[in-house]
Design a protein around this ligand. Structure first.
Ligand code: SF4
Length: 120
Protein backbone atom coordinates (compact mmCIF):
# COMPACT_ATOMS: atom_id res chain seq x y z
CA UNK A 1 0.00 0.00 0.00
CA UNK A 2 1.35 3.36 -0.95
CA UNK A 3 1.48 6.35 1.41
CA UNK A 4 -0.82 8.33 -0.88
CA UNK A 5 -3.51 5.59 -0.56
CA UNK A 6 -3.35 5.82 3.21
CA UNK A 7 -3.54 9.60 3.12
CA UNK A 8 -6.49 9.47 0.71
CA UNK A 9 -8.33 6.95 2.93
CA UNK A 10 -7.64 9.02 6.01
CA UNK A 11 -8.92 12.13 4.27
CA UNK A 12 -12.13 10.37 3.14
CA UNK A 13 -12.72 8.91 6.61
CA UNK A 14 -12.23 12.27 8.32
CA UNK A 15 -14.45 14.04 5.78
CA UNK A 16 -17.20 11.47 6.33
CA UNK A 17 -16.93 11.90 10.12
CA UNK A 18 -17.12 15.68 9.84
CA UNK A 19 -20.18 15.39 7.59
CA UNK A 20 -21.92 13.06 10.04
CA UNK A 21 -21.23 15.45 12.92
CA UNK A 22 -22.56 18.40 10.90
CA UNK A 23 -25.76 16.57 9.90
CA UNK A 24 -26.25 15.31 13.45
CA UNK A 25 -25.83 18.81 14.88
CA UNK A 26 -28.36 20.21 12.41
CA UNK A 27 -30.98 17.64 13.43
CA UNK A 28 -30.24 18.25 17.10
CA UNK A 29 -30.68 22.02 16.74
CA UNK A 30 -33.89 21.52 14.75
CA UNK A 31 -35.25 19.25 17.48
CA UNK A 32 -34.43 21.91 20.06
CA UNK A 33 -36.31 24.58 18.14
CA UNK A 34 -33.50 26.02 16.08
CA UNK A 35 -30.04 27.29 16.70
CA UNK A 36 -30.77 31.00 16.65
CA UNK A 37 -31.91 32.98 19.64
CA UNK A 38 -35.50 33.86 18.90
CA UNK A 39 -36.66 35.34 22.17
CA UNK A 40 -38.90 34.05 24.89
CA UNK A 41 -42.45 32.91 24.88
CA UNK A 42 -43.48 34.59 28.10
CA UNK A 43 -46.97 35.98 28.02
CA UNK A 44 -48.42 33.53 25.53
CA UNK A 45 -46.63 34.78 22.45
CA UNK A 46 -44.52 32.60 20.26
CA UNK A 47 -40.82 33.00 19.67
CA UNK A 48 -41.31 33.58 15.94
CA UNK A 49 -44.27 35.93 16.27
CA UNK A 50 -43.60 39.29 14.64
CA UNK A 51 -46.33 41.93 14.89
CA UNK A 52 -44.16 44.87 13.90
CA UNK A 53 -45.38 45.33 10.31
CA UNK A 54 -46.93 48.80 10.06
CA UNK A 55 -47.09 48.94 6.26
CA UNK A 56 -50.92 48.91 6.25
CA UNK A 57 -51.19 51.74 8.78
CA UNK A 58 -51.54 55.44 8.13
CA UNK A 59 -48.70 57.71 9.21
CA UNK A 60 -50.93 58.95 12.04
CA UNK A 61 -51.50 55.38 13.26
CA UNK A 62 -47.78 54.70 13.12
CA UNK A 63 -47.24 57.88 15.13
CA UNK A 64 -49.70 56.63 17.76
CA UNK A 65 -47.72 53.40 18.09
CA UNK A 66 -44.52 55.38 18.38
CA UNK A 67 -45.79 57.99 20.80
CA UNK A 68 -47.16 55.29 23.11
CA UNK A 69 -43.77 53.56 22.87
CA UNK A 70 -45.19 50.24 21.74
CA UNK A 71 -42.56 47.47 21.74
CA UNK A 72 -42.79 43.87 20.58
CA UNK A 73 -41.27 42.52 23.77
CA UNK A 74 -42.05 44.07 27.11
CA UNK A 75 -39.11 45.04 29.26
CA UNK A 76 -41.36 45.82 32.22
CA UNK A 77 -41.76 42.72 34.36
CA UNK A 78 -45.36 41.68 34.83
CA UNK A 79 -46.71 44.15 32.27
CA UNK A 80 -47.32 42.87 28.78
CA UNK A 81 -50.13 43.13 26.27
CA UNK A 82 -51.55 39.75 27.22
CA UNK A 83 -52.33 40.95 30.74
CA UNK A 84 -53.47 44.40 29.63
CA UNK A 85 -57.11 45.41 29.68
CA UNK A 86 -56.79 46.95 26.21
CA UNK A 87 -55.61 43.74 24.53
CA UNK A 88 -57.89 41.89 22.15
CA UNK A 89 -56.67 38.33 21.79
CA UNK A 90 -56.44 36.79 18.33
CA UNK A 91 -58.98 34.19 17.25
CA UNK A 92 -56.14 31.71 16.79
CA UNK A 93 -53.52 31.22 19.49
CA UNK A 94 -50.01 32.16 18.41
CA UNK A 95 -51.10 35.02 16.14
CA UNK A 96 -50.95 38.76 16.66
CA UNK A 97 -53.76 40.40 18.57
CA UNK A 98 -55.28 43.87 18.48
CA UNK A 99 -55.44 46.72 20.92
CA UNK A 100 -58.18 49.21 21.75
CA UNK A 101 -55.59 52.01 21.93
CA UNK A 102 -52.62 51.14 19.72
CA UNK A 103 -53.38 50.59 16.02
CA UNK A 104 -52.10 47.61 14.09
CA UNK A 105 -50.97 44.14 15.04
CA UNK A 106 -50.07 43.62 18.66
CA UNK A 107 -47.71 41.03 20.08
CA UNK A 108 -49.05 39.41 23.29
CA UNK A 109 -45.53 39.82 24.69
CA UNK A 110 -45.49 43.53 23.83
CA UNK A 111 -46.03 46.59 25.93
CA UNK A 112 -46.65 50.33 25.72
CA UNK A 113 -47.15 53.27 28.04
CA UNK A 114 -50.96 52.87 27.93
CA UNK A 115 -50.81 49.50 29.72
CA UNK A 116 -53.70 48.97 32.13
CA UNK A 117 -53.99 45.92 34.36
CA UNK A 118 -56.51 43.45 33.02
CA UNK A 119 -59.54 42.85 35.21
CA UNK A 120 -61.46 39.64 34.83
S1 SF4 B 1 -52.50 49.39 25.59
FE1 SF4 B 1 -50.34 48.98 25.19
S2 SF4 B 1 -49.82 47.34 26.65
FE2 SF4 B 1 -52.05 47.39 26.46
S3 SF4 B 1 -52.53 45.91 24.83
FE3 SF4 B 1 -52.37 47.92 23.88
S4 SF4 B 1 -50.23 47.98 23.18
FE4 SF4 B 1 -50.34 46.36 24.69
Amino acid sequence: MRDTDLTRRLFIRRTATLGAVTVGSTYFLAACGGGAETGGTEGGGTAALDCSDTSALTPQEVETRTSLQYVEKSVTEGKNCLNCQQFQAPATAGECGKCLVVPGSINPDGNCTAWVEKVS
